[in-house]
Write a protein of this length. Structure first.
Length: 316
């Protein structure tokens, strides 16, 4: 009975794979770049229809390269989320983030370059300098057009940008609008080569569950802590064990200075409790099981400007 069932499942899987590898199937890498806070992670989450990349209203939320994979019967799109290319902060972690962003777009099939409507900064210019060194089609996405009173208001800005750079395609959008996302997906598809799957059809990311969980915790820290503090901390998962339908997770939050520890914990532990509750809910949604989450705050002085400490914390 059990062997028959497995045989049936295998047959179905072969049928699905044959369907996927049919000759007009397309797949490829899509590099998503832009300065911090333009909406790269938000756009990728909308394009793949689930949350993998963390977002916040703060610049430099994304620190690592993440592949977010969307597979259908007709295509496999591998979106490469990158840290925002930025200037004016020269700690080891900032060089790491800029390096990750530049390297991530070296080997893609198409680039989605995000800028924000009405804003052109020195950091956008820096991204432009990187992009012009690479011979890949570029779709320049003018994001956040929902902020405009009418869509026509985008025209003078488009004109201004076009004087600086002529991309392969120019696409004004709001990452929050489903229709814009659908049209962008079709546009991206035009630039992908006809080839078979790059990753197995059931992969949604190249990162481990543990990595994504640490990112979800860092997202809540980014959203709740004020001023520069979120930039001075990092998250490391110490325990990640599944016990039937319960995931036991213990995580350290490393801060840079002893004085920051109390701020993260908050008065009578209120802040840490809030961060823990919100992180647990997000992680439960992602893992689709109950989570027991324990957070501990520790001081690791100077971690963000020490190459060895960075490597030991996974920034390598
Ligand atoms: N109004 C509006 N806000 C948006 C849109 N897309 C993203 N945002 C907001 O912009 C902020 C930054 O979004 P992220 O997706 O974290 O930006 P990012 O480019 O990945 O940022 P970094 O991690 O700094 O590189 C968040 O508060 C988003 O909710 C949009 O189309 N319209």
């Amino acid at each position: 009975m059990c062997t028959n069932f497995i045989k049936k499942i295998k047959k179905i899987m072969i049928k699905i794979n044959n369907k996927i590898t049919k000759s007009n199937f397309k797949s490829g890498f899509i590099g998503v770049v832009g300065r911090p806070n333009v909406g790269k992670s938000t756009l990728i989450n909308e394009l793949i229809g689930r949350k993998l990349s963390i977002t916040s209203h703060r610049p430099q939320t994304t620190r690592h390269r993440i592949h977010a994979i969307d597979t259908t019967d007709n295509y496999q799109m591998v979106f490469v989320d990158t840290p925002g290319i930025h200037m004016g902060n020269y700690k080891a972690i900032n060089s790491y983030m800029n390096r990750v962003a530049s390297l991530a777009i070296m080997d893609v099939d198409v680039i989605l370059w995000l800028i924000e409507v009405g804003k052109w900064t020195k950091e956008d210019l820096r991204v432009l300098e990187h992009i012009t060194q690479i011979d890949v089609p570029v779709i320049l996405c003018i994001n956040k057009i929902d902020k405009l009173k009418s869509p026509q208001e985008v025209l003078p800005f488009l004109n201004k940008i076009f004087q600086k750079y002529q991309p392969t395609d120019l696409f004004p959008l709001s990452a929050f609008k489903k229709n814009d996302i659908c049209v962008l997906r079709e546009l991206v598809l035009q630039y992908l080569p006809k080839q078979t799957l790059i990753f197995d059809a059931d992969y949604i990311t190249d990162r481990s569950e543990k990595f994504i969980v640490a990112e979800f915790i860092r997202e809540k820290l980014m959203r709740h802590l004020k001023d520069e503090l979120p930039y001075d901390l990092t998250v490391e998962i110490e325990q990640f064990e599944q016990d039937r339908n319960l995931q036991r997770i213990a995580s350290h939050i490393f801060v840079d200075k002893a004085s920051q520890k109390n701020i993260v914990i908050g008065n009578k532990g209120v802040m840490l409790k809030l961060i823990g509750t919100e992180a647990r809910k997000s992680i439960e949604g992602f893992l689709d099981r109950k989570v027991f989450l324990k957070l501990r705050v520790k001081v690791k002085q100077g971690w963000s400007d020490d190459k060895r400490a960075l490597a030991s914390l996974g920034y390598d």
